[in-house]
Design a protein around this ligand. Structure first.
Ligand code: ADP
Ligand code: MG
Length: 357
């Protein structure tokens, strides 16, 4: 285990910034911590790096308890949100800074800086002032400054925040490659679910200081552990209802638009008959047909909007009770028009059920 957090709590006065955080990251894995602003992401990174001490709990790196070790005694390095470059130093000196402090000899510093600068394709900028390079280049310098230390764990606190969308998306691909190449452990913090999905091996979803789910990208997307995760990652259609039957592997829910069946493996908690639940179905898991099919979960609907946006076509459908449901498909021409009466259906295996009461 490269990194293990046990039962971490952190308070700032009456604010609980982190509550009972448990995390495990294997060597060479890229963990993304995903949460909204103020959810505790930076505090968590600062505790891993040693810039902050937890009020309770332990930090283990490579099996060693480092909870009370200062940052310089930990094999970690952090890329900060605002990058925190030294404006009076050039690119080379910025990257070399940590090595010089650690008293590496001049030749070793030169070799390492060149190596990492090449990896990040900034080798022709080494004598430039960091004030005179682009935002994307500055971002690479900040990354190089950390990677040059060969940390066992690289901590990245929303490092792409300042870049425009296109540049960010290019960086996702590049960072993923880079991480595989250097093969150390990365903990990457972001509030952007698309960034999380693009980068992660594993995702930890954090909300108000609590980890709501830790899992592979597939687990978090296909089987969100809570309503919060379900609504935070990807799109989800929600229907409110009441459990009418629990039998073997099948749960039946009465909703205002008809009965919905779900397989028990996707049900969170153990709802009894009569329990209030929210049912979630991903837009791409719903089929749309002209005539009713013999699927278990079939509803009638009317097409209210069709929007083609490149790869995906999104249909917004109106259900008999006036509520709306979203469907996404990669096929462009399905022959439906606004106002058409259609049938929608989905498999009980694609239904997530959350007990709300
Ligand atoms: P995030 O990085 O997810 O936006 P932070 O970890 O920065 O969240 O903050 C989590 C919570 O802790 C917030 O409510 C924030 O205001 C509070 N907080 C963070 N650092 C301090 C501090 N040094 N003093 C007081 N409150 C803090
Ligand atoms: Mg932050």
């Amino acid at each position: 285990m490269s990194l293990k957090l046990e039962n971490i709590h952190k308070f700032f006065g009456h604010i609980t910034a982190l509550k009972n955080v448990n995390l495990e990251v294997n060597k060479g894995e890229l963990l993304v911590i995903l949460g909204t602003s103020g959810s505790g992401k930076s505090t968590l990174l600062r505790i891993i790096s040693g810039l902050e001490k937890p009020d309770k709990g332990r930090v283990l790196i490579n099996g060693r308890d480092v909870t009370y070790e200062p940052p310089y005694n930990r094999p970690t390095s952090m890329v900060f949100q605002d990058l925190a470059l030294f404006p009076h130093l050039n690119v080379f000196e910025n990257i070399a800074f940590g090595l010089k402090i650690r008293k590496y000899d001049r030749r070793e510093v030169e070799i390492r800086v060149k190596e990492v600068a090449e990896m990040l394709r900034i080798n022709d900028l080494l004598d430039r002032s960091v004030a005179k390079i682009s935002g994307g280049q500055r971002q690479r310098v900040a990354l190089a400054r950390s990677l040059v230390l060969h940390p066992d764990i690289l901590l990245l606190d929303e490092p792409l925040g300042a870049l425009d969308m296109k540049l960010r998306m290019d960086m996702w691909v590049e960072l993923k490659k880079l991480q595989r190449q250097v093969a150390n452990t990365w903990v990457f913090v972001t509030h952007d679910q698309h960034e999380a999905m693009a980068l992660a091996d594993k995702i930890a979803v954090i909300n108000t200081g609590e980890i709501q789910q830790l899992g592979t990208k597939d687990e978090v997307y296909d089987s969100p552990a809570s309503l919060f995760v379900a609504s935070f990652i990807g799109e989800m259609n929600f229907l409110e209802g009441r459990v009418t039957e629990v039998k073997g592997d099948v749960l039946k829910v009465e909703t205002p638009v008809g009965e919905v069946e779900a397989t028990m493996q996707r049900v969170k908690g153990r709802p009894e008959t009569g329990a209030r639940v929210t049912v979630g179905i991903r837009p791409e898991k719903i089929q749309i047909t002209k005539t009713p099919n013999d699927c278990i979960n079939t509803l009638s609907a009317r097409v209210s909007e069709i929007n083609f946006s490149g790869v995906l076509t999104t249909y917004e459908l109106e259900l008999p009770d006036g509520s709306r449901i979203k469907i996404q498909t990669t096929s462009r021409q399905m022959g439906y028009r606004q106002g058409d009466k259609v049938y929608i259906s989905w498999s009980p295996e694609d239904v997530n059920v959350y007990v709300t009461q």
